[in-house]
Design a protein around this ligand. Structure first.
Ligand code: ASP
Length: 443
């Protein structure tokens, strides 16, 4: 067996978009013998105007399904792979594979089958390029007949298959049902495959290689050159990701988290950067009190008032039932002695506004209901907040200095996050003020 360490490495579409990118990836893999199991995505965009191979495959299959001529689009996909092969001076040919794909498209083998061919072909090319074994994900990633992912069977199949294997490439994004029909995860699903492989081989680390050097403390669209988060816990990541920051597919976290396997987000274009390490728990103090800031615009606050509300058993349940009845999920529920506020997504709420209001009146007989729209929520997240005094105070004073009116502040009971409500128009300014006080001035 090689060394002691085993690393599973997943490469995203932009890391494999061209021959040039492929050779960067080859270098990264070869330079560390522990990088034994490789999970590739399909070739992604080479530049901002380019189309991902997965999207070309969806387009091509839609033509096949509509009985239109799909050969032109398929040829375009074939030439993307040929450009990679030629650029790498590989004489290997995929013509046979493309003939099979054309036949299966004509037979309408399914949309998921079509989409999965990007990863399948890229896996073949990658295995050939590296001299690793190729393992078709259809044989080791299993879905149930009802379409649900079958975690248990997958883990059995994968561990058995990879046990005797020193180096292998397993394409991301898809698997199959027991009858062999192909099914994919949702978009970006190669992250999940990587995580499943890491779990099955009890990897020491799951490296997820992409085109950024890790998670940033704040949105670069708002903060110029924000700092990278070096270490983040799974819980912090969850708090930030539900507010919109996504680098990693959400479902990729669960398989490795339960096994205590860290994920390292790395940059194929800057392999010297350490990236972000995602861990279950750490005693390493973060560089700043806060780990990250994320937020979203477009919320409505539904403020409900009723005298003596605090002594009425079941008031909260009755109010929330009005939202449930209308199929609306809530984001936050801060409350006072005689007030109860429900934050909901404006888009979801607007069409059902009056039904919800009348349901609240029917169920909970409040004294008044008042609506405030165009609000934004900002999550300030950090494990460092638990051991630091005055975090909320600093946020308040930073926002006051920036002339931002705070509509709501809510500290999660885990002391891991503070949620702040501001108007949509104050959103960017508020994030800048918070970033400044914790990261730039760092007192
Ligand atoms: N290629 C697929 C997509 O574009 C899956 C992935 O890249 O993870 O969504």
């Amino acid at each position: 067996m090689v060394g002691k360490m085993t690393k599973v490495v997943k490469f995203g579409g932009s890391s494999l978009a061209s021959a040039g990118q492929f050779s960067k990836v080859g270098k990264i893999i070869k330079e560390d013998k522990a990088r034994r199991f490789v999970v590739p995505s399909a070739p992604g965009k080479r530049n901002a105007k380019d189309t991902k191979v997965t999207d070309l495959l969806y387009q091509c299959y839609a033509q096949a399904e509509a009985e239109e001529d799909f050969k032109g689009t398929l040829k375009k996909i074939q030439s993307r792979f040929e450009a990679i092969l030629n650029g790498l001076n590989m004489t290997f040919s995929l013509s046979g594979e493309f003939e099979t794909i054309a036949e299966n498209f004509a037979k309408k083998a399914g949309r998921d089958y079509a989409a999965s061919r990007g990863e399948y072909l890229n896996g073949i090319v990658m295995a050939q390029y590296l001299g690793f074994s190729f393992i078709d994900a259809a044989e080791v990633i299993r879905f149930k007949d009802n379409g649900d992912f079958d975690a248990e069977t997958t883990n059995e199949l994968l561990s058995a298959r990879l046990k005797g294997c020193e180096y292998a490439v397993i394409p991301g994004f898809y698997g199959a049902r027991a009858d062999g029909s192909i099914q994919t995860f949702s978009r970006g699903g190669s992250d999940i495959t990587g995580s499943l492989v890491a779990k099955a081989v009890h990897a020491d680390i799951y490296e997820n290689w992409t085109d950024v050097s890790g998670f940033l403390i704040a949105d670069p669209g708002i903060i110029k050159n924000p700092k990278v988060i070096k270490v983040i816990t799974y819980r912090e990541l969850r708090e930030l990701s539900y507010m919109g920051a996504t680098v990693l597919h959400e479902d990729a976290v669960f398989p490795v988290r339960r096994e205590g396997i860290p994920i390292n987000i790395r940059n194929t274009n800057a392999p010297e950067d350490e990236g972000t390490l995602i861990v279950e728990s750490t005693c390493r103090q973060p560089d700043y009190t806060i780990t990250g800031i994320a937020g979203k615009k477009g919320f409505v606050a539904v403020n409900i008032e009723k005298d003596m509300m605090n002594s009425e058993v079941g008031f909260g349940r009755k109010v929330l039932a009005a939202f449930e009845e209308n199929g609306i999920s809530f984001e936050h529920v801060p409350s006072g002695i005689d007030t109860f506020t429900v934050f909901v997504h404006q888009e979801e709420f607007e069409g059902k506004e009056q039904q919800v209001l009348s349901a609240i009146h029917r169920f909970a007989q409040p004294d008044s209901i008042d609506l405030e729209g165009n609000l934004a929520l900002i999550a300030v997240v950090g494990r460092g907040m638990r051991s630091t005094r005055g975090t909320a105070g600093r946020i308040f004073s930073a926002l006051a200095h920036a002339n931002v009116n705070v509509k709501m502040i809510d500290q999660g009971s885990s002391e891991l996050n503070i949620i702040i409500g501001v108007t949509n128009s104050d959103f960017e300014e508020a994030i800048r003020a918070i970033y400044d006080i914790f990261v730039e001035t760092q007192i």
